[in-house]
Design a protein around this ligand. Structure first.
Ligand code: NAG
Ligand code: NAG
Ligand code: NAG
Ligand code: NAG
Ligand code: NAG
Ligand code: NAG
Ligand code: NAG
Ligand code: NAG
Length: 901
């Protein structure tokens, strides 16, 4: 029976202990992802690079959060966006809205389906998937289905690739708890502060599919980090972050202060001042954002369309997609103007649609749907949940998010009682979150030498633990308490049997969770292996002679989701005799007997029942009659096995599902890469065929004709014709041709053309190479004559010379060799036609003439005398002077001839 329970808090993650290890790693940094409903922004923080967002393939600062297919071809970002109006059923924007939501929550489905045309289907985990409208599979196995996690995973994978290209380094794959500790590129993904455990788990799973396991941070904490970067807070300040985005609007209350934290550095642990950021609370409206405004404008447009047409435009997904796009554009125009013109060509059945909307009409429609109230109510909610803060407590209200620029949203702020002078627009509204998340990640790594910052993230929902006897205890209180402590330890003293407990959203969460069908229960946790471990003691009736205790470590990872990380059973003998079963249990030997006891103590029972039993039994053989004192025995620690059973209607991704999805994404990526390569080669081949056609036509360039024989040109023309016909005929053999195959065809054609082109190039370069060689030869000869004279005279007059005889001899030999060789090949070349392989190559002659010119140049530049005046008495003794004396002997005007070098 469980006798006593109590909770205790573990300190913040201890990161610094291993931080020094990072110093051996070559590189480090953080890649952060701000995955929104309309765009994905990625930032890179890396030493030696300016912290910045990662540019997309088309050099944009954000990637539209859309993945779309045209037949089998997948595209991202702007390309995908461009497909949205043409293939509304095959393009999937705003997948964020589907992540971690229950398929049975029809509010989610109907909202998504109304706005965006995708065909939503359920997974066997009761989550959302999309099904393509048409079967494009090669084996006709039915239209492809992609889960929301896969859609998001694909986009994260694409963004990851862009970041890795920019960083010239791969993102590392580690557990999120180790952020900042092992060097390499860490990953951070932002989530709306109000996201529930299943939503957080879903984006974490998406990232896992993309090949990394990020640290999760709320968008509020990320933006607050951006804000704090350039500011100091000698006295605590409260600020409200008002973030109105594409799908939702939220206000977060943040306290900034300065606080000392133990910090480890090379010299040990000391207290160090940090900027301390606490996200105390959040107020939100899931359905009020840019998309909702677009929808209202679209409804207005539909109304106006219907005034003049009887077409059932709402039943036409393509027309509705076009209208949504125009509505969004009109919304931007209306932010700065009092009316907006809308002009859509071929909206439906090739009929154009022209109309205009005024800001007045728009705002009236918004307040009719009470959307303006939603924009303002989030402010009061955040203040109330943040410990009943008052407007007058605030230092400022900071606006971020694209929709916060819309005038009616700013009006809603004033309705909410925010004085105009409190409103600050000093953060980059679009990029504060992505960059802030990067700095947040960097704050974990002392090596990145950031301003010291510590962030306690918002904890929007209370979380309770309910024991099997119904007793509840708060694990995390929820706002204004933050997630400063991410790990909680619980102790069950006296536990002698397997037990279970449940983790749920706490009291009051229902109200917070009411927007959608959320469920309070989260997980049932079953702690096992206690019965098994204690079976032998129980059987022997010796249980009363030991003290037992179980500790359970419960962590919020990913932040906002809950996992039980470990459970341990500790068994201590009570004072008194230790005999029989008890003695066996503790390993059958006294503590002094180190080797034996260690073997028995470290048994890990987490694995299987069998090993637990065997462990209990392990020392039966060493039954001895001695009776050691209980205190001398080591307590036994047994790691227990923990089963976590999700209780909500959404089942988490199993390992198997995850592996399958990962493989699927990997294969799709590989196929896309192959396809890209193949396309590149095919384009090259096509343009090469055009070139060959031109080169072999009647108006081919004269140089090419001169450099080739008619038979050669015929052969090229024939081959180019054959390949060209094959290509333009199309069909399966072309469609399925691999890059290799195409490259082979290109190669066979190049093999015919390139020799001719080389000849042309030779002919063009020949004259200058030849005259250069002749000039170098004659220069060299002149120099040799002068130098020879200088040396001879120096020797004769007993003064010094810069030249040595051996050098000049070697030079002379080289001049002769080059001169003879070049004269010979020049003569051969004279007999060659332009369409023949040349007798000498420009490249070789240039190499040879350069070598000779360099040699002469070196000798010319020589300053230090090589030949010294001959000392009167000691000629023969000196090496240098002996060489010059020998040349003196062979007369002044005759240079000795050498055979070979
Ligand atoms: C949606 O998907 C289901 C299941 O594949 C299919 O039966 C249905 O025809 C699809 N609907 C549309 C509009 O594509
Ligand atoms: C639980 O017990 C094990 C074994 O004694 C120990 O290693 C671990 O640190 C304890 N955990 C907590 C949370 O107290
Ligand atoms: C553990 O033992 C207790 C009684 O000793 C029993 O009631 C319980 O069912 C057992 N649990 C398991 C999982 O076997
Ligand atoms: C545990 O003991 C059982 C029965 O004695 C045996 O079948 C099993 O192989 C043992 N397992 C281990 C891990 O030793
Ligand atoms: C425990 O030990 C006894 C005696 O050595 C042996 O007979 C029994 O099979 C063992 N039990 C297990 C489960 O290994
Ligand atoms: C253990 O030792 C006791 C006393 O010497 C003996 O009676 C008993 O049979 C032994 N048990 C085993 C399993 O050897
Ligand atoms: C030889 O060269 C040196 C150095 O350039 C020069 O000073 C000297 O006058 C030259 N002598 C003759 C004879 O050319
Ligand atoms: C050889 O010439 C060098 C350079 O002038 C001089 O320093 C050295 O003393 C001479 N050696 C003899 C043996 O004269």
């Amino acid at each position: 029976m469980i006798i006593a329970r109590h909770g205790a808090s573990l300190a913040l993650l201890v990161l610094s202990a291993i931080a020094l290890l990072a110093s051996t790693a070559a590189s480090l940094g953080v890649v952060s992802f701000d995955y929104g409903a309309d765009s994905l922004k990625t930032a890179l923080i890396k030493p030696g690079m300016t912290p910045d967002v990662v540019l997309t393939r088309d050099s944009k600062r954000k990637l539209p959060a859309v993945v779309a297919w045209k037949m089998q071809d997948r595209s991202y970002g702007t390309d995908a966006l461009n497909l949205a109006t043409r293939y509304p059923g095959d393009s999937y924007p705003a997948a964020k809205l589907l992540l971690g939501r229950s398929f049975s929550d029809q509010a989610v489905a109907s909202r998504y389906a109304r706005l965006l045309a995708a065909n939503l289907t359920a997974t066997d985990r009761n989550t959302f998937a999309v099904t393509r409208a048409t079967d494009y599979t090669l084996d006709n196995s039915g239209p492809d289905t992609h889960t929301a996690e896969e859609l998001v995973g694909m986009q994260l994978s694409h963004a990851k690739m862009l970041a890795e290209e920019t960083a010239d380094e791969k993102l590392k794959v580690t557990y999120p708890g180790t952020i900042g500790t092992f060097g390499g590129l860490d990953a951070v993904v932002t989530v709306p502060a109000y996201w529930t455990a299943s939503e957080r788990q879903a984006i974490f799973d998406s990232a896992t599919l993309a090949g990394f396991r990020p640290r999760i941070v709320s968008d509020a904490a990320a933006a607050a980090t951006s804000f704090a970067l350039s500011r100091n807070f000698p006295t605590p300040e409260l600020h409200l972050l008002y973030d109105s985005g594409h799908s939702a609007t939220r206000a977060s209350l943040v306290r900034f202060s300065t606080k000392s934290f133990p910090t480890q550095d090379l010299f040990g642990t000391s207290l160090k001042e940090h900027t301390f950021i606490e996200v105390l609370s959040v107020g939100w409206s899931r359905d009020s954002g840019g998309l909702a405004l677009d929808d209202i404008l679209r409804q207005l447009l539909v109304q106006k369309f219907k005034e003049n047409s009887r077409e059932d435009i709402e039943a036409n997904p393509r027309a509705m997609a076009k209208l949504l796009l125009s509505a969004s554009k009109a919304k931007h125009v209306l932010s700065a103007n009092s009316d907006a013109r809308v002009n859509i060509e071929g909206l439906i059945n090739d009929v154009d649609f022209r109309t205009s909307v005024t800001r007045e009409e728009f705002e009236a429609a918004v307040s009719k749907q009470k959307l303006d109230q939603a924009f303002s109510s989030v402010v009061a909610d955040a203040l109330k949940r943040g410990g009943n803060a008052k407007m007058s407590d605030l230092s400022s209200v900071i606006l971020i998010g694209g929709t916060s620029r819309v005038p009616l949203v700013q009006k809603s702020l004033s309705t909410a009682g925010v004085p105009a002078n409190l409103i600050a627009q000093n953060l980059n509204a679009d990029e504060a979150i992505a960059l802030g998340a990067g700095f947040y990640g960097a704050s974990f790594n002392p090596q990145l030498k950031m301003k010291p910052m510590r962030v306690a993230d918002v904890n929007a929902y209370p979380i309770v633990l309910r024991e099997s006897d119904g007793k509840e205890e708060l694990l995390w209180k929820g706002s204004p308490e933050t997630f400063e402590e991410e790990v909680k330890a619980r102790y069950y003293d006296g536990a002698t049997e397997d037990f279970s407990f449940e983790i749920e959203y706490g009291p009051g969460a229902e109200k917070l969770l009411s927007d959608g069908e959320f469920e309070r229960p989260l997980y049932r946790v079953e702690v096992e292996e206690i019965n098994n471990t204690l079976a032998a003691l129980k059987a022997a009736g010796e249980l009363s002679k030991v003290e037992t205790s179980v500790n359970v470590s419960i962590a919020s990872r990913p932040l906002g989701a809950v996992v039980v990380e470990s459970a341990w059973l500790t068994v201590k003998p009570k004072k008194g005799g230790v005999v029989g079963a008890l003695r066996n249990f503790f390993g059958g030997s006294a503590a002094g007997d180190e080797a034996d006891s260690a073997a028995a103590v470290d048994v890990d029972a987490a694995g299987s029942e069998a090993s637990a039993d065997n462990a209990t039994n392990v020392s039966s053989a060493t039954n001895s009659s001695s009776t050691p004192v209980a205190d001398a025995l080591h307590p036994r620690h047994v790691r227990l096995s923990v089963k976590t059973i999700p209780l909500g209607s959404i089942k988490p991704m199993s390992g198997e599902t995850q592996t399958k999805s990962k493989d699927k994404l990997y294969l799709a990526d590989a196929a896309a890469r192959r396809k890209l390569q193949t396309e590149e080669v095919r384009n090259k081949l096509e343009s090469y065929i055009y070139r060959v056609r031109e080169l072999t036509s009647s108006d081919a360039p004269a140089g090419f004709v001169a450099a080739s024989k008619p038979a050669e040109r015929e052969k090229m023309a024939k081959l180019a014709g054959e390949i060209g016909e094959w290509l333009s005929a199309g069909g399966k053999s072309v469609e399925r041709a691999s890059a290799e195959e195409l490259r082979g065809k290109l190669g066979s054609l190049e093999k015919l053309v390139q020799p001719v082109e080389r000849r042309q190039a030779e002919a063009r370069g020949r004259k200058s190479a030849s005259s250069k060689m002749n000039r170098v030869l004659s220069d060299a000869r002149d120099f040799l004559t002068q130098a020879d004279a200088n040396l001879t005279e120096a020797v004769a007059s007993g003064t010094s010379s810069r030249f040595a005889r051996t050098d000049l001899d070697a030079l002379e030999t080289q001049i002769k060799a080059e001169g003879d060789w070049f004269a010979k090949v020049e003569k051969e070349q004279e007999k060659k036609g332009q369409d023949e392989e040349p007798a000498w190559r420009v490249e070789e002659v240039e190499k040879r003439s350069k070598k000779l010119a360099d040699k002469v140049g070196k000798l010319k530049k020589r300053r230090i005398p090589k030949t010294r005046p001959v000392a009167s008495g000691k000629r023969g003794d000196n090496k240098t002077s002996s060489s010059s004396s020998s040349s003196t002997a062979s007369a002044a005007d005759e240079t000795p001839k050498h055979e070979e070098l």
